[in-house]
Design a binder for this molecule. Structure first.
Ligand SMILES: *[C@@H]1O[C@H](CO)[C@@H](O)[C@H](O)[C@H]1NC(C)=O
Ligand SMILES: *[C@@H]1O[C@H](CO)[C@@H](O)[C@H](O)[C@H]1NC(C)=O
Ligand SMILES: *[C@@H]1O[C@H](CO)[C@@H](O)[C@H](O)[C@H]1NC(C)=O
Ligand SMILES: *[C@@H]1O[C@H](CO)[C@@H](O)[C@H](O)[C@H]1NC(C)=O
Ligand SMILES: *[C@@H]1O[C@H](CO)[C@@H](O)[C@H](O)[C@H]1NC(C)=O
Ligand SMILES: *[C@@H]1O[C@H](CO)[C@@H](O)[C@H](O)[C@H]1NC(C)=O
Ligand SMILES: *[C@@H]1O[C@H](CO)[C@@H](O)[C@H](O)[C@H]1NC(C)=O
Length: 615
């Protein structure tokens, strides 16, 4: 009989490692590095959460700021995705024993209950839940009006997953009514959104590609399966959870026979090789899952084949990976065609590669066997050349099961060693590190980088979240269908959400003739929150798609509250850091009554014009 290493422990671990000579010392060094960096990373994440986070003065209670960086890039906002992934990490830490995190978890719950009701450019909360697809907000929880890739449909699923993890803990600790009355109403809105909109396109986790994203669909499926179980346990109804088998059916279509194509229903000229697929599988990791589960777990053959394609791609992409042979960890980025900030490796994806492999080992050990098939063979060949297509059982003394586990674990460690190499001495984690030099760059102290380091450290230490129910998930139907369940949306007032009622909004298209030079932009700002409440940083950007030599048209389509009177004016944004130029006229319009057709303004710029600073 073989025990899982995480529980037995130290003795067998040290024994096995003692036989593996050269990596031994490095491994032990790595263990102390991981322990030290894990503490820095946990604190790094907490430093970016309001109201007490030392790096983010001004952030509201329970709001997770992506990074303290306010310029190049400006990440001083709260993203629903990053926040949920960070809280999932903190909730797991809490469950693993760090009870000091409880107030932060409750702050998040209250903040999200309110945030769900905030009208934003993706839409209003009521009646159709559209506002739940908004990716980012100001750090005080007010709307962000700037141009952005929206909607992003992974946010509600990830938030539901984080909140369900905590709700299950409450259930198991005699606090069922708290889970049911306070937290479930938030989760229910998010699951409604998933069930209603999973089959519509949205922007991916990198906020660039409008289509269907593997990461999004995988998390959406998990949220619905977990939601159905929690609803059952709480004695409530989950609207939308019936969509789970169709979402799982759709998930199967990302595999192209060789790798997982990260975004489909899109034609962006990319191969589809993307860290998206690794982040997806680790987000739905279930220690109880079977490796042939269609949820595509880390130990799944398609996921392993995809891992090899992805890692070999980055091996050949970055100069800092030059000469590192197959089967050894490299620096990993988002996708090979990436140009953002120069297109570099990311800390959170490099550690995710390690986490993925620790997850897979944990699953094989828990199942007591490993089945190598034609799909996964090439992955194993790199790290255990004698491997063949067959089943390896941990209980069979003649089976090299544990040698293969050691090889995969050493492979995982080699990704952590790459991260270690490029993490500065003080342990701070930026978003990226330079592909040629390894120097940290882009946003500093990125919350998601810290959260990802901690989750990797949990898996390396044998800490696994409880199963989310993969074994009970209904199989996908034989033929997929694009379906939807009408959601039910209500403010989670018991958790502190304002008791908003359905606001009727009407389309207003702002059209203004404004001759501009190349590099100059036009915004509209006004006295309602939909128009930025006179704050230029939150004004609506107009587009110049219809600008011609006959008509210098700038335009934006907005939704404003029916019947309201609005003061507004246009603003010119100058190049070369010159000041904004405001119109000298005060404009007013009255939005038509509820149910009316929309209106279009016919304005012409009134006021001084700008000139390029020619910088
Ligand atoms: C933030 O600081 C205040 C004042 O010290 C304290 O009462 C509160 O519990 C802290 N919040 C969190 C989440 O630690
Ligand atoms: C909707 O679902 C169908 C069936 O799985 C799939 O073919 C289609 O691509 C999906 N479309 C979107 C936008 O999710
Ligand atoms: C940590 O080190 C990095 C890289 O040297 C540096 O940019 C950063 O400011 C340091 N952070 C702190 C808190 O000292
Ligand atoms: C919220 O408002 C609705 C109608 O305006 C009312 O029926 C309901 O009781 C209110 N709920 C709370 C918790 O105040
Ligand atoms: C905006 O201005 C209009 C017209 O002056 C006024 O009627 C309205 O109450 C103002 N709205 C807000 C939110 O102040
Ligand atoms: C516009 O309104 C501001 C105050 O809101 C006022 O000071 C200014 O004189 C007005 N401009 C015109 C042209 O009416
Ligand atoms: C804007 O330009 C168009 C095309 O030249 C013209 O028809 C329209 O009257 C202009 N609007 C204003 C307010 O000047």
């Amino acid at each position: 009989m073989h025990f899982s290493r995480s529980f037995v422990g130290l003795v067998s671990l040290l024994f096995t490692k003692a036989l593996a000579a050269p990596s031994d010392l490095r491994s032990r060094d790595l263990t102390s590095f991981v322990a030290a960096e894990r503490a820095i990373a946990l604190q790094g994440a907490l430093n970016n959460i309001g109201p007490n986070g030392s790096e983010v003065p001004g952030a509201g209670s329970g709001f997770v700021v992506a990074s303290p960086s306010k310029v190049n890039p400006d990440y001083f906002y709260t993203w629903t995705r990053d926040s949920a992934l960070t809280l999932k990490m903190l909730i797991d830490e809490f469950i693993f024993g760090n009870t000091a995190l409880l107030p932060t978890i409750w702050d998040y719950i209250h903040a999200q209950a309110t945030l769900q009701t905030v009208s934003n450019p993706s839409g209003t909360f009521l009646p159709e839940g559209l506002g739940l697809g908004e990716p980012k907000f100001q750090v005080d929880g007010t709307r962000f009006n700037g141009a952005w890739g929206r909607p992003q449909r992974d946010g509600p699923a990830l938030r539901a997953i984080a909140l369900m993890t905590f709700s299950n803990w409450l259930l198991n600790n005699g606090q069922k009514s708290t889970a049911k009355t306070i937290i479930w109403p938030i989760i229910s809105n998010d699951l409604s959104y998933v069930g209603q909109y999973w089959n519509q396109t949205g922007f991916d986790l990198w906020e660039e590609t409008l289509g269907s994203s593997f990461f999004t669909i995988q998390n959406q499926h998990r949220s619905l399966v977990e939601g159905a179980q929690l609803a059952h346990d709480l004695g409530v109804t989950c609207t939308g959870c019936d969509q789970a088998p169709e979402v799982l059916c759709f998930l199967q279509s990302f595999w192209n026979g060789e790798w997982i194509v990260a975004n489909i229903n899109v034609d962006n000229g990319r191969t589809g090789v993307d860290g998206n697929s690794i982040l997806g599988s680790i987000a739905v990791f279930d220690i109880d899952a079977y490796c042939d589960s269609p949820t595509i777990q880390p130990c799944n053959s398609q996921a392993l084949a995809n891992f090899k394609v992805l890692i070999d791609t980055f091996r050949a992409t970055y100069e800092i990976n030059d000469g590192i042979p197959e089967g050894q960890g490299v620096a990993v980025g988002r996708y090979p065609e990436d140009v953002y900030q120069g297109g570099n490796p990311w800390y959170l994806i490099t550690t995710a590669a390690a986490e993925f492999l620790y997850d897979a080992v944990a699953q094989w050990e828990a199942r007591h066997n490993l089945i190598v098939d034609e799909t996964s063979l090439a992955f194993f060949k790199d790290i255990y050349p004698a491997v063949t297509v067959r089943q390896y059982n941990s209980g069979n003394a003649n089976s090299p099961f544990f040698q293969i586990m050691d090889a995969v674990t050493a492979y995982a460690d080699s990704f952590v060693a790459i991260a270690e190499k490029y993490i500065p001495a003080n342990g701070s984690l930026a978003e990226q590190f330079n592909r040629d030099t390894g120097v940290p760059l882009s946003a500093y102290d990125l919350t998601w980088s810290y959260a990802a380091f901690v989750t990797m450290s949990q898996r390396r230490a044998g800490q696994y979240p409880a199963s989310w129910g993969t074994r009970n998930a209904a199989a996908p139907p034989a033929t997929c269908a694009g379906t939807s369940t009408q959601g039910v949306y209500a403010p989670a007032t018991a958790a502190g959400a304002p008791n908003v009622t359905s606001t009727c909004q009407v389309n207003v298209v702002f059209n203004v003739n404004a001759t501009t030079y190349y590099g100059e932009n036009i915004y509209v700002v006004g006295n309602t929150s939909d128009l930025g409440a006179w704050q230029i940083s939150n004004s609506l950007p107009l587009g110049a798609g219809g600008y011609t030599s006959e008509r210098p048209l700038w335009s934006v389509s907005a939704y404003l509250n029916a019947g309201e009177s609005v003061d507004y004016k246009y603003v010119r944004q100058e190049d070369c850091n010159q000041p904004y130029i405001y119109e000298t006229v005060n404009r007013t319009l009255t939005v038509p009554a509820c149910g009316s057709a929309g209106i279009t303004t016919n304005d012409a710029w009134e006021g001084p014009v700008g000139t390029s600073g020619d910088c």
